[in-house]
Design a binder for this molecule. Structure first.
Ligand code: NZQ
Ligand code: ZN
Length: 386
């Protein structure tokens, strides 16, 4: 394994009823709390009421920033920063999926600086020096934002969607109650599971390829997601399936399965460019792009792709070249995603062929273990997605 440093301070409370842990956590912070959430799902599924009951019990003064949209935009971060400064907020609680948590992270960072947050963190890439403490109540399993220190924000006017990372932006704690995900529409659940799979792929398909625990863990995440997604599609309130999907999502991006790995992340960069232009749900974009990125690059990592085919899809390698086995694994991935109803073409995402050029030019590129793409290659990958 390559050398690594591991640091992850987020406290996780997992399981049905885990909201009961919120009271003690909140007691550690001051009186004024900002509650951040999205377009209203938490008001329909009871999560909002459960949180407000704890705020009342702990005597908190509550400020709210709602309507945080999927693929959160700068304006919501500005709104949150303003609220924190005006009301002297002591702590932020994010209730929702990755979009709400990511927006909250940047509110937490922006509230502690007089600089414009976008300019400071996303343009000048300044180090975050201080952030408001925040926690999360997760309602959508997928991004891993509940136990990582990254936030992804879109500046819509310039069609820019980028990430920012800081060790100060780990949630202090995250509450993971799998029953909170029962109310997710099927497509959102699939998007989340696809995101988890994609995170596992991004870390697994990279050097070193010799035996290492990170790759074994990544395979476990992939197998577990596939098995439990099938169960949750059949029965959305299957607790075992939902709890596995939730923990896989967290494990997918809390750094553990990427330790000692070069990691890739080019598919994510392409998807972020897609979302920046067409506001597509992240997981849906990944479902379209990732299998085609694999098809375009697998020959540079044939052995690993063949291992993936054997271990995840039980492809029998007898009588096949390694390349044939590898290719079969990718095609099985494509077929599987189609079978569960994930989108497989840009058309299904509402992305026209004419936009390929602009998306490719906007994609952030760099050399990885198995690829060294230029904009022309991204265009070719996106054409495979038609
Ligand atoms: O807004 P509400 O009404 O809450 O509805 C949301 C939203 O419309 C709904 N939803 C969430 N929980 C629900 C629910 N509906 C019913 N019942 C529930 N329990 O789902 C919709 C999508 O939510 P969103 O938060 O946008 O989805 P997701 O968690 O997939 O987050 C996507 C964002 O995270 C970024 C993506 O790029 C995208 O911007 N990512 C963040 C990462 C990170 N911080 O580490 C890594 C990822 O790779 C990703 O890039
Ligand atoms: Zn992702």
């Amino acid at each position: 394994m390559n050398a690594f440093t591991f640091y992850n301070p987020t406290r996780i409370f997992f399981g049905e009823g885990a909201i009961s842990k919120l009271e003690k956590q909140l007691k550690e912070y001051g009186k004024t709390v900002l509650l951040t959430y999205g377009g209203g799902s938490i008001k329909k599924n009871g999560v909002y009421d459960a949180i407000m009951a704890v705020f009342a019990k702990t005597g908190k003064t509550v400020v709210e920033v709602s309507d945080i949209m999927p693929n959160p935009r700068t304006e919501k971060v500005y709104e949150g920063i303003k609220a924190c400064k005006e009301h002297h907020v002591d702590f932020i609680l994010a209730a929702g999926g990755g979009s709400v948590i990511d927006c909250t992270k940047m509110i937490a960072a922006g509230a502690k600086t007089d600089e414009d947050f976008w300019d400071a963190f996303f343009v000048k890439k300044l180090k975050c020096q201080e952030a408001l403490p925040f926690g999360a109540v997760l309602t959508l399993a997928g991004t891993g934002s509940e136990m990582d220190c990254g936030g992804v924000i879109t500046q819509w006017d310039t069609q820019t969607k980028i990430s920012y990372f800081s060790p100060l932006l780990f949630p202090k704690f995250s509450i993971l109650d799998p029953t909170y995900t029962y109310s997710l529409p099927k497509n959102q659940m699939i998007n989340g599971a696809m995101d988890t799979l994609s995170h596992a792929f991004e870390q697994y398909f990279s050097r070193p390829d010799e035996s290492n625990l990170s790759d074994d863990l990544a395979e476990a995440v992939m197998k577990n997601v596939i098995e439990n997604l099938n169960t949750a599609i059949a029965d959305p309130t299957d607790y075992v399936a939902r709890s596995n999907l939730m923990w896989c999502a967290t494990m997918g991006l809390n750094d553990l399965i990427g330790l000692g790995k070069e990691q890739d992340w080019i598919t994510h960069k392409i998807e972020h460019a897609l979302s920046a232009f067409y506001d597509v749900p992240h997981g849906a974009g990944l479902a379209v792009v990732h299998p085609n990125y694999m098809l375009y690059t697998y020959k540079n990592g044939v052995s690993k792709y063949a291992r993936f085919a054997r271990n995840i899809w039980h492809v029998d390698p007898t009588g096949k070249t390694e390349e044939q086995t590898a290719l079969e694994g990718i095609l099985r991935t494509k077929d599987y995603l189609k079978s569960i109803g994930a989108p497989s073409t840009l058309g299904e995402l509402g992305v026209p062929e004419s936009s390929i050029e602009a998306i490719a030019e906007k994609t952030i590129l760099y050399k990885t273990s198995y690829s060294d793409l230029k904009a022309e290659d991204v265009k070719a990958i996106l054409r495979l997605c038609l």
